[in-house]
Ligand binder design. Structure first.
Ligand SMILES: [Zn+2]
Ligand SMILES: [Zn+2]
Length: 139
């Protein structure tokens, strides 16, 4: 995958790639923790730099819901959407409801060349909805 995207293969990038693929929608901190557990000596900055480089090259999609840290995933290029729990911040994928990219068709594009639409559904996940009122499910 790295070579296909014209990137040098390093242990660090492989570990970051594996972590994001194993833990979709994880934050940079989560990814640092996973990569650190695998490689040992690696700086937070090095992990953040790899994340940025891989995102720039299109291997990762970066999602930043309002009020949340940025999340990363390897499912790119299909314009899928996300459900976010307001209580525990868990995020899951939602496919487009109909067709390939229906949300790319704006009712009025004002002359813009649109290439992405971002839809975030907010609510409470089943665990949080089932928890007694006022109690958030611990992550
Ligand atoms: Zn929840
Ligand atoms: Zn996703």
């Amino acid at each position: 995958m790295l070579r296909e995207h014209g990137m040098h293969v390093t242990a660090q990038r492989l570990a970051v790639l594996r972590a994001v693929s194993d833990l979709p929608h994880s934050t940079a901190d989560d990814i640092f923790t996973a990569v650190h557990a695998e490689l040992g000596a690696i700086s937070r900055q090095a992990v953040y730099d790899s994340l940025a480089a891989l995102t720039d090259r299109g291997l990762f999609r970066r999602i930043q819901p309002a009020g949340s840290s940025a999340r990363y995933e390897t499912r790119v290029g299909d314009n899928h959407h996300h459900l976010v729990c307001r209580s525990c911040s868990r995020m899951v994928d939602v496919d487009c409801a109909v067709g390939a990219t229906p949300c790319l068709t704006a009712s009025d594009d004002s002359g813009y060349e649109i290439d992405e639409a971002e839809v975030v559904y907010w609510g409470r996940c089943p665990d949080c909805a089932a928890a007694p009122a006022g109690e958030d499910v611990a992550q």
